[in-house]
Each structure stands twice: as C-alpha cells, then as structure tokens.
Design a protein around this ligand. Structure first.
Ligand code: NAP
Length: 359
C-alpha cells in the first residue's frame, strides 16, 4: 500500500485525528497512517479512562507490529472539539458517536466514521468507494439540513456488509438482484477489545451478534441505491441474514445465495466479479487494492487464515461459485473485518474525499 502515484503527493499532509484511537480499529488506523502520502496522524482521542495519558501507556496495543513511535508520544484527548487536526476519522462505539460525530461536524471538521450511529440517516452518505462514490453528494443535503458549514459526516458500512456489497455491486449492475440470503461466520476481533470472552467462544459458535442481522439486511440497499434530487432511493432487492460469531481472530466468512432478475450462470458471475474495478483503482488511491474482488477456483477457498491478507486486506475474496438448487447461484466470500471492514474502509473514503476535492 501507499505505493501509487497520485495528484495529491508532494503537498503538505492533512492532519488526522482518530477518535477511539486506543480501540482495535483505532490501532489499525494508527498503523495504516504511517508514511501515508496524504495524511499524518496529529491527534488521538478516547474515553475518560485514557484522556491525559500518553497513547503508548493508555493503548492496549494488539497488532503484531511495534506501535509507531510518533503515535506513542501523543497525549490522548477527549472526544470533543476542538482537536488538533484537519480531518477526523472516528471508530467510537455507536452510542458515543451519535453525539460526538455531529459535534465535530458542526465545529467544521470533515468526519469519516466507522460507527453505525448515523449510517442509515437519509442525509448521511454510506459509501464503499468502488461502489457508490456519487453518494458523497448527500453532503450538500446534510449541510443544508443540519446547518453545517465546512464540516460533514460520511460513514462506511458494517464489516460484514462491506465484504458482501463489494461482490453484490457488479452483480446488481449486470444481472439485477432479486434476493440474497447470507450466513456469516464472523471473527472475534469484530467485537472490539477485549470483546467476546474466550470461555464463551473457544470450542463454540455463537449464533447471535446483537444488531448485526438488521445491519446486513438493510445497508446494502442504501449503498446500491440511487441519488434522486437531494435524496436517495434504496435498491429494492431483499436480504436475509443470519450472523454467527466463530473462534477466528480476523476475517469474516460469508455463505451467500443469490436470485437474479436476469439469467446468470456461475461462469458469468465469476467473470463479472473479476472484471470489477472502481474510481479508487482509476485514481490510483494509496489504499486502493489493484483488484477489489479476487476470485479463487480451489474447492476449499477462501479461508480466513489463508486469504484475509489478499491485496493487503482490502479485497473481498470469492470462491465456491456454483449453481444453487433454490436460488440461482451460491458462493462463499471473505473480507478482512479490521482492514477492508473498518480502518481501511474509512481511510479509502478519506482518500477519495481528498482526491475528489471534498476535503
Ligand atoms: P474497541 O476495541 O472496543 O474500542 C473502542 C474505542 O472507543 C476505544 O478507543 C475506547 O477508548 C473508545 N471509547 C469507548 N467508550 C468511550 C466514551 N464513552 N467516550 C470516548 N471514547 C470511548 O472497539 P473497535 O472494535 O475498535 O470498534 C470501534 C467502532 O468501530 C465501533 O463502533 C464498531 O462497531 C466499529 N467497527 C468495528 C469493526 C471491527 O471489526 N472491530 C468493524 C467495523 C466497525 P478507551 O480505550 O479509552 O476505553
């Protein structure tokens, strides 16, 4: 990553403040910002537990790399404006995000959020950069409605939704989606740190993740919806989701069955997925994967441990594409919940906002 040339390189980096910087997603962001060509980490913020302490002391660092020295010496601030930065990336729990993110936007900061708090508000863009970058246009409606001047909030989807919708987008465009049934097997890191107790999840599968099925059943239609005037018309297909927590550290696996409006064979589905590229690839954004969708043909792939780091964790890996006896086609997909599903999703949104002149 960070290898591509682009028009922003050579300018002064924009200063990023991370809300929830001591959490699992925040740590990923802190790591991904090292050496970034557009951005430099200038502020970290978290809860009262951490405020006033050195980041290096307050943060229970859980990545298999050393904490960046520049971050370790920062003093953790409170999650309220002002913060010493130009742009906010938020990875706060949703109850906190529901008031902290609008407060930063009202104070003039662009806010890019991982949280679910504002995702489904009809004036808040819910964007996967390869899929619906035009939805950034909702920012104008948001500013007019909420009285924001320079600030705004844009969001990225739930970690399971992102992996799924990357695969659904080219299929909706080519064949039309009628209905989608998805069963997720989600990694423990999706619950944050310390997350699910080991005694609950080792030697076990937990068939319930609070609020998750509702998110997976409603976010794809917003993302694949179309702008109409200042508003958004959600796509009409239906999604049925069953979400399970499994004893995997990182990487959400999803078994998907799809019924199309037009006829589609497994071969045509594989072809549509492999050909898919979006604006981040055209623009050569630093965190953009060269291939947002990677199709594997082995009978036993994708697997979390073997495939989650494909394209530095920024691709959805799809395999086991076959005809289905009830729906039209079935497939298995995998996304890295911490990278493409969270930190990398927000960072790619931030890069696209810069590259398109909205920041
Ligand atoms: P986490 O590990 O539990 O971290 C939570 C962060 O929020 C910590 O920095 C914590 O600070 C801070 N925080 C908690 N309560 C706060 C308060 N009252 N005021 C200010 N800061 C507070 O969670 P996470 O996994 O990083 O997830 C963060 C957000 O991203 C959540 O909304 C989650 O749903 C979303 N998300 C997570 C994933 C994933 O795969 N993990 C994927 C997509 C989206 P302290 O350390 O000071 O307590």
């Amino acid at each position: 990553m960070h290898g591509n040339q682009n028009s922003y390189m050579g300018r002064n980096p924009l200063r990023i403040g991370v809300l929830g910087a001591t959490g699992l997603v925040g740590q990923r962001l802190v790591h991904m910002l090292v050496g970034h060509p557009y951005f430099a980490l200038s502020a970290v913020a978290a809860s009262d537990r951490s405020v006033g302490r050195r980041y290096g002391d307050a943060c229970p660092w859980r990545l298999p790399y050393d904490m960046p020295t520049g971050a370790a010496g920062l003093t953790v601030a409170a999650c309220e404006p002002p913060l010493d930065c130009d742009v906010i990336i938020s990875s706060l729990p949703s109850d906190v995000a529901s008031f902290a993110e609008p407060a930063f936007a009202a104070a003039g900061y662009p806010v890019i959020s991982n949280s679910s708090a504002l995702r489904m508000d009809d004036d808040v863009p819910l964007v996967v950069p390869e899929v619906n970058p035009e939805h950034f246009g909702l920012v104008d409606t948001q500013r007019a409605r909420r009285g924001f001047d320079r600030g705004f909030v844009v969001t990225n989807p739930n970690c399971s939704t992102i992996a799924l919708v990357l695969a659904l987008a080219p299929l909706e465009a080519r064949f039309g989606l009628e209905s989608v049934a998805v069963t997720t097997m989600q990694a423990v890191s999706g619950a944050g740190y310390p997350g699910v107790a080991s005694l609950d999840v080792v030697d076990n599968v937990i068939p319930h993740i609070g609020g998750e099925e509702d998110k997976v059943e409603t976010e794809p239609q917003k993302i694949l919806g179309r702008l109409d005037g200042g508003g958004l018309v959600h796509a009409p297909f239906r999604v049925s989701a069953q979400c399970n927590r499994v004893a995997v550290q990182e990487g959400h696996l999803e078994s998907v069955r799809i019924a199309f409006r037009d006829r589609a064979t497994p071969g045509e589905v594989a072809e549509a997925l492999e050909a898919f590229r979006g604006l981040p690839q055209q623009l050569g954004l630093p965190t953009a994967p060269a291939r947002p969708l990677v199709v594997r043909t082995e009978p036993d792939r994708p697997q979390p441990r073997l495939d989650r780091d494909t394209e530095c964790g920024m691709a959805t890996v799809v395999g086991r594409i076959a005809a289905d006896t009830i729906f039209d086609v079935k497939l298995t997909l995998l996304g890295h919940n911490m990278v493409r599903g969270a930190a990398g999703a927000a960072l790619l949104n931030a890069e696209l906002l810069v590259a398109t002149g909205r920041i």
